[in-house]
Design a protein around this ligand. Structure first.
Ligand code: G3I
Length: 359
C-alpha cells in the first residue's frame, strides 16, 4: 500500500486519498488563510473531573490549548440546582486551573434550554422570571470575572426549524418573558461585567439545505432585532458541530459571517468537532474526511472575517459527547476531535494549526 502522508494530502498532495476522495482533495485546494499574522487563540472544552487528575489528559490540554471552556460545571443546573442554593465547586476548580496555568476561560453558558433544574418550573410570573434570571447572571458573572472574559450568554435560542428571529425554543425564561429574555440576559451580563465579551451561541448554521438556510436567516434577524434595540452583544459563536455526511454551504456561511461582521460583531468557533458516524470505517480515510469538513467550514468563515477564538468540543477522541447520540453502527469508536484516543494529533489538528497561524 502506498505510504500515506496526512500532511501532504491535506496540503494538496496526491497521496492515497487522491484516489479515495477526489472531491475532497479538490476542496482542499481552497485557501484557508485568515489573513492575520497573530495566532488565533485555540482551546478545547474540558471535563472538570479530569483536570489535574488524569495526567495524560491534563498534559494534552496544557500542550495544545491557550484557552478552555468547561463542557459541564457552569451550566445552570450545575451552579444553581435549587432556588436558594448555588454550587461553585466544579466551576471553581476549572477557573482555578485556568488561572494557575495562564489559560483563557470561556463561560458556557448562562442561558440554555438543555439543562434546567426542576425548581425553575415553579417560576410563575414574568416579574419572578426576570428577577431569577438576573440574580443567576449577576451571581455567576461577578464570581468568575477575573477568569472569564467571554460568555456564551444565550446558547441555542433558536428552534431547529427556525426561519424567523422570533422562532425561539421554549424554555422557562421564554415562556414567562417572551423574546425579551434574551435582551434581559445580555443586559444583566453587561451590567455585571461591562468588559466581558457577550456571545450568542448557535449550531446548524453552516450546512447545505433549506433548514439550515432558514436558521441562518433566523439568526441574522434575531441579531439585527437585538442590535436595533440597543441590546449589548459583541460576538456570534458558531458551535461547529459538523457532520461527516452534510456539506458546508460555503457561500451561505460566508454571507452570514459577512453580514455579522458588517453589524460590528466578532466571530468565534466555540464547539468544533465532526460527527463521523456516517463516514468510512477506514481510520485514515475517516480522519482526513473529518479534517476536510472542518477545513471547508473554517475556510468559509476565514474568507470573510478573522476568527477571534477557535475551540474544539474536547481535545481527544477518548472523551467526547458524540457517541451519546451518534454511535457508529459498525461498533468502531468515534473520532471527532483533533487528537486520537491515545492523544496523537490527527489531520484535524493540522487544519486547526493552519487556521490559527493563517498558513
Ligand atoms: O459524568 C456523568 C457520569 O458520572 C455518569 O455515570 C453518566 C451517566 O449518564 O453521566 C455523566 O454525565 C454526562 C456528561 O455529559 C458527561 O460529560 C451527562 O449525563 C450528560 O447529560 C452530559 O451531556 C453533556 C450535554 O451537553 C448535556 O449537558 C455533554 O457532555 C456535552 O458535551 C453537551 O454539550 C453540548 C453543549 O453544551 C451545547 N452544544 C451542544 C453540545 C453537544 O450536545
Amino acid at each position: 500500500m502506498a505510504t500515506f502522508s496526512r500532511r501532504e494530502t491535506l496540503l494538496g498532495g496526491a497521496g492515497v486519498l487522491g484516489a479515495l476522495a477526489g472531491n475532497a482533495l479538490a476542496r482542499s485546494q481552497s485557501p484557508i488563510s485568515s489573513g492575520t499574522h497573530s495566532p488565533i487563540p485555540f482551546g478545547a472544552a474540558v471535563r472538570p473531573a479530569l483536570l489535574g487528575s488524569d495526567a495524560d489528559y491534563t498534559r494534552a490540554i496544557l500542550t495544545y490549548c491557550n484557552q478552555i471552556v468547561a463542557e459541564g460545571g457552569f451550566l445552570f443546573v450545575d451552579l444553581h440546582p435549587q432556588r436558594k442554593e448555588f454550587r461553585f465547586d466544579e466551576a471553581d476548580r476549572v477557573s482555578a486551573f485556568a488561572l494557575a496555568n495562564g489559560l483563557g476561560l470561556r463561560g458556557h453558558t448562562l442561558v440554555w434550554y438543555g439543562v434546567m433544574p426542576p425548581w425553575t418550573e415553579e417560576i410563575s410570573s414574568a416579574a419572578e422570571a426576570e428577577r431569577e434570571l438576573e440574580r443567576h447572571i449577576e451571581t455567576v458573572v461577578s464570581r468568575y470575572g477575573s477568569s472569564i472574559r467571554s460568555w456564551n450568554v444565550v446558547n441555542e435560542a433558536l428552534r431547529d426549524d427556525a426561519k424567523r428571529g422570533s422562532d425561539l425554543r421554549p424554555l422557562i425564561w421564554q415562556r414567562r418573558l417572551g423574546a425579551d429574555y434574551i435582551a434581559i440576559a445580555l443586559r444583566a451580563a453587561r451590567a455585571t461585567d461591562p468588559s466581558a465579551e457577550l456571545v450568542l451561541n448557535e449550531y446548524d448554521i453552516e450546512f447545505v439545505g433549506d433548514r439550515f438556510r432558514g436558521k441562518r436567516a433566523a439568526f441574522c434577524e434575531l441579531v439585527h432585532t437585538l442590535l436595533d434595540q440597543g441590546v449589548p452583544l459583541d460576538a456570534i459563536g458558531l458551535q461547529g458541530h459538523l457532520k461527516g455526511d452534510l456539506d458546508i454551504d460555503k457561500e451561505g456561511l460566508g454571507a452570514f459571517v459577512s453580514e455579522m461582521r458588517k453589524a460590528g460583531l466578532k466571530i468565534l468557533v466555540t464547539e468544533l468537532d465532526v460527527v463521523d458516524n456516517q463516514l468510512p470505517a477506514d481510520l485514515r480515510m475517516r480522519d482526513v474526511e473529518v479534517a476536510l469538513r472542518a477545513k471547508d467550514f473554517l475556510a468559509a468563515i476565514a474568507a470573510e472575517a478573522p476568527l477571534s477564538a477557535l475551540l474544539a468540543w474536547g481535545i481527544s477522541d477518548r472523551f467526547t459527547w458524540v457517541p451519546m447520540y451518534f454511535k457508529r453502527s459498525d461498533g468502531l469508536p468515534n473520532r471527532p476531535l483533533p487528537l486520537d484516543a491515545e492523544y496523537k494529533p490527527k489531520p484535524l489538528m493540522q487544519i486547526v494549526d493552519r487556521v490559527r497561524y493563517g498558513v
